[in-house]
Design a protein around this ligand. Structure first.
Ligand code: ATP
Length: 592
């Protein structure tokens, strides 16, 4: 809680303090109103109130109610202002931080996490810190004032109550540990159950085709039962602790009443003082009765704060480069080594040396997990290499500001992202300054213009999120048109693995040729026939370059590339390389 409070800005703290004082005034005015009412009742009973004096009681009450109403409005206004300031600042600092992360941060899981933090957790912080905590601190402050009053009125009776409250608190603290354990078990059971539910739903098509196999169903049922069990245990633990706690609070009140009666009988306390003491004790105990909800709010806000902190303290990409983008776009990978997990030291890439001349096309080929994506990710600075240098035009990419680097590289991925909106707007993402003719020329070069013109509102046709309503091939060609408009010197192309019909594939090939013209292109190739004409082909296996050359040379080498080529009728990711290589070598042997 302290870390959280320390993270608040001076203005927010000032506003919150203002809200706490205002909410305290509401409670104190309420207590004073009860006081006034009770004195009025006593006055009527004792006959000390006359028609002349009753007016001053009414006036006093009216003033107190007026103060309460005014303070309520003011308190709400101030706490809202504190809340909005907090929310605004948190969202701004998260947005600022997000710009500093490398693209590697933006995995699908992270995006889900970030959007939930920005939406839910920030709102929770606003609700709890600005609204509930201000009321909680006000309650506590008022409780301290009333407690002092009670001690001042009759310290012996106040001590009796303090003893009861201390016992209640001891019970609550002792029970909290047990309850936290039950909570942790319940949370773990919930995660397991949700995981099985997800697996069950995802695997439904398979399950339906294996009707007799009820393994997943049984596993899910067991997890549901386990969750039910731990939920009951948790509820029991909570009920037990709270039951005892509230019980002791009530007992402390009962002790005050009996003790007070004893003191009244001993003429140490007047009846009026006694009644006032009991009523004020009830007010004093209010925050203690609300301790449960304070605790829950505390847990909720701590979790939200931790999630926000996780984003705010995630490592950012060092972006200290100050050199301009070089004139030449030739790329060199010099002695590059990289491991995702440096601790286990399993290198995804090892001592890679490749040179991509400006304006040429280089294809990366290799079995699944050989390091193709990792290599392109290093060029995009998703990560920095552990060893070696990547240079563009002779300049280490770490010396180029990250935004500048990214503005000179275009990535065309398999799963193209299109925003919901008009096709024209989607294309303009490539270059906001482009004029209509440029957009149309780009679409023509990307072989998509005719199809756009055939749509109901041609370029103004609105497409759904992720490009729904367009085929995979059309989406990819739109992305190529966008890339053409961007005009970056370097293109990274993750060639499609999905099956696309021959006409679409032909169009995509043509669009890629147009995009690649005069640019330095790095293609992650899944279908070898599409990169047959690449200027050079780099063959990776287990993170090392095992072959390099053009199609004819590599085929002539009769090594891994030849094996992949001969097996290309099948999915190259799934072939057994060793078998294919052996097949290929034996074929060579038989022809020799
Ligand atoms: N984010 C990551 N964290 C840890 N290891 C990773 C990560 N991404 C990839 N790897 C590992 O690095 C190695 C190279 O993976 P990479 O994705 O570069 O291969 P690839 O050749 O692109 O494979 P594919 O053709 O299947 O896409 C693999 O062993 C992979 O398991």
């Amino acid at each position: 809680m302290l870390a959280l409070l320390r993270s608040l800005q001076a203005r927010e703290l000032r506003l919150m303090t203002g809200a706490i004082i205002t909410f305290s005034i509401i409670d104190l005015a309420g207590a004073a109103a009860i006081f006034t009412l009770l004195y009025m009742v006593f006055g009527v009973v004792n006959g000390t109130i006359t028609h002349n004096t009753i007016g001053s009681y009414w006036l006093g009450l009216a003033v107190l109610l007026f103060i309460q109403a005014g303070a309520t409005t003011l308190g709400d206004l101030i706490s809202h202002e504190a809340g909005y300031s907090l929310v605004g600042r948190l969202r701004e600092s998260i947005a600022l931080r997000l710009q500093q992360f490398s693209l590697a941060f933006y995995t699908k899981e992270q995006l889900g996490e970030v959007s939930s933090v920005v939406h839910k957790d920030v709102d929770t912080m606003e609700m709890v810190v600005a609204h509930l905590w201000t009321r909680m601190f006000a309650n506590i402050l008022v409780s301290i004032i009333l407690g002092s009053y009670l001690f001042y009125t009759h310290w012996q009776l106040a001590l009796v109550m303090a003893a009861g409250v201390s016992l209640a608190l001891a019970v609550l603290i002792a029970g909290t540990r047990r309850r936290q354990q039950a909570h942790a078990v319940n949370r773990a059971d919930n995660i397991v159950m949700l995981g099985y539910f997800l697996e069950f739903v995802k695997g439904m098509p398979i399950l339906k085709s294996y009707k007799k196999n009820d393994l997943l169903q049984r596993r899910l049922n067991a997890a549901v039962k386990q969750f039910e069990l731990s939920s009951t245990r948790l509820a029991n633990a909570v009920a037990l602790v709270l039951g005892h706690y509230f019980g002791w609070l009530e007992i402390s009140l009962a002790l005050v009443v009996t003790g007070g009666a004893y003191f009244v009988l001993g003429n140490e306390l007047t009846v009026v003082e006694f009644i006032l003491f009991v009523v004020m004790s009830k007010e004093f105990l209010k925050p203690f009765f609300a301790a449960e909800s304070y605790y829950l709010n505390y847990i909720v806000v701590t979790n939200s704060y931790q999630r926000i902190q996780r984003i705010m303290t995630s490592p950012v990409l060092p972006d200290t480069g100050s050199k301009g983008f070089p004139a030449s776009s030739d790329i060199t990978f010099e002695n590059i080594s990289f491991a995702y997990d440096r601790q286990n030291n399993r290198e995804a890439l090892s001592k890679i040396n490749i040179s991509l001349p400006a304006g040429s096309m280089t294809a990366l080929v290799g079995p699944s997990g050989s390091g193709k994506t990792t290599l392109t990710n290093l060029l995009l600075r998703f990560y920095d290499p552990d060893d070696g240098h990547i240079r563009i035009g002779g300049v280490d990419i770490r010396d180029i500001p990250y935004d500048t680097l990214l503005s000179h590289i275009t990535v065309v991925m398999q799963d193209t992202f299109l925003f919901s909106g008009a096709i024209y707007e989607n294309l303009l993402m490539g270059n906001q300054e482009a004029i209509e003719t440029q957009v149309i020329i780009a679409a023509q070069q990307a072989m998509i213009h005719e199809e756009i013109m055939a749509l109901p509102a041609d370029y103004n046709t609105v497409i759904g999120e992720g490009g729904a309503g367009l085929s995979g091939g059309q989406r990819q060609r739109l992305a190529i048109a966008r890339a053409i408009l961007k005009g970056a010197e370097i293109i990274i192309l993750d060639e499609a693995t999905s099956n696309i019909d021959p006409i679409n594939e032909h169009c995509i090939q043509q669009a890629i040729s147009n995009l690649a013209r005069n640019r330095t292109v790095l293609v992650i190739a899944h279908h070898l026939r599409t990169i047959k004409n690449a200027d050079q082909i780099i063959v990776l296996e287990n993170g090392v370059v095992v072959e390099a050359g053009n199609h004819t040379t590599l085929l002539g080498n009769g090594q891994l590339y030849a094996a992949l080529w001969n097996a290309q009728g099948r999915d190259i990711k799934n072939i057994n390389l060793e078998n294919s290589r052996r097949m290929d070598l034996s074929k060579q042997g038989s022809t020799a």
